[in-house]
Design a protein around this ligand. Structure first.
Ligand code: 13P
Ligand code: SF4
Length: 347
């Protein structure tokens, strides 16, 4: 799917994909006039990107204008972290939320990393403090401490291993300790418990934190209504959803996992319990399949737009970007490096 959109003219790629996003029910639809206006700004941004030696990384929840217009790489948190680590360009423009830009800086500290909206929070990353993690570590000295990547650099620095939605179940399964402290996603912690129970693995999960203010809104009632109206629809959910939603879904996985599941599935209709940007990507990649209208919006992700990307590129020299002190970078990097090691070992 990924294309080298640093090439001279991206308009065709943009046009081909935006015209496939035709979710008339929600009004997510791009007219030809709109696409040509977008293309003008997109071409300007792609020129500025080359002039300024910048790489644009974008999470799947960003607007399709970003995903198909200016992003050099779109991915889930894991793939984006890997790309940031390998980036050769002097500047990384990270279209996502704060914890993602921080992760990029931790993995490639000599680059200037900029989040176009400057700040864009995440209810999970904001939902746990360093003191809370340290208190749990004191209370459970034999436990392994895992933090979801949706956490601050400071929290990562006091945890053993970082996880993403794409590797969390495997990393937990392979953990030797009987007790695991898991922060900050309370629903993901419950989903881990169900996963372990199904596999007959006994471990105690000690959870603290919050929930994702986007995914915690999907309900079992909504899921049952969809199943009743459209029994052939496959329900696919992100593991940040409520446990009763996940246990009643046909597939639970990361954003990249959901894209793979839909691509490989012979089913024709899907209800996606995740963010609209991902559903737009699914529509573009699978024009022959139908996606029921049930997405939600992550307001923080949607704060990334073509205007603030263009302004960032125009003012790069004056922008400081993400700053983290050296000691914090080293400590937080340890947890992320452990994640890469534990994920690669499993392959
Ligand atoms: P993914 O790593 O699955 O893309 O999830 C990131 C996220 O913030 C989901 O809400
Ligand atoms: Fe955070 Fe939820 Fe937005 Fe993902 S969708 S960035 S978890 S608030």
């Amino acid at each position: 799917m990924q294309k080298d959109i640093l090439s001279k003219d991206n308009s065709k790629y943009l046009f081909d994909n935006l015209t496939k996003i035709t979710n008339i029910i929600t009004g997510t639809y791009f007219s030809l006039e709109e696409i040509s206006n977008i293309a003008e700004q997109v071409n300007k941004i792609n020129e500025l990107k080359k002039e300024n030696d910048a790489l644009i990384l974008a999470h799947y929840y960003c607007s399709p204008k970003i995903l198909f217009g200016v992003a050099d790489f779109c991915g889930d948190s894991y793939a984006l972290a890997k790309k940031a680590k390998e980036a050769k360009q002097k500047n990384i423009i990270f279209c996502g939320v704060t914890f993602m830009a921080e992760t990029a800086k931790i993995l490639n500290p000599n680059k200037k990393v900029i989040l176009p909206p400057m700040t864009a929070g995440c209810s999970l990353a904001n939902g746990i403090t360093v003191d809370e993690v340290l208190a749990l570590r004191k209370q459970y000295p034999n436990a392994k401490t895992l933090c979801y990547i949706n956490s601050s650099a400071e929290v990562k620095a006091v945890c053993d291993t970082c996880v993403t939605s794409g590797n969390v179940f495997k990393i937990v399964e392979n953990t030797k300790q009987d007790q695991i402290i898991f922060v900050p996603d309370l629903y993901m912690a419950k989903n881990i418990e169900f996963y372990l129970k199904n596999k007959g693995i006994k471990k105690e999960i000690i959870a603290a934190g919050a929930t994702c203010c986007v995914h915690d809104k999907f309900t079992l009632t909504q899921l049952k209504e969809i199943k009743a109206k459209c029994p052939e629809a496959k329900i696919i959910s992100h593991p940040e959803c409520l446990p009763e939603v996940c246990t009643n879904s046909d597939f639970v996985g990361s954003t990249a996992g959901m894209l793979k599941f839909v691509k490989e599935s012979s089913a024709k209709t899907f209800a996606v319990f995740s963010e609209w940007g991902l559903i737009n990507m699914l529509e573009a990649q699978n024009p022959e399949k139908t996606f029921l209208s049930c997405g939600r919006i992550c307001a923080s992700m949607k704060r990334n737009n073509l205007d603030n990307i263009e302004n960032t590129l125009k003012n790069l020299k004056d922008l400081q970007g993400v700053t983290l002190n050296e000691d914090l970078i080293q400590k937080a990097k340890q947890a992320i490096d452990n994640m890469f090691k534990e994920t690669e070992n499993d392959r």
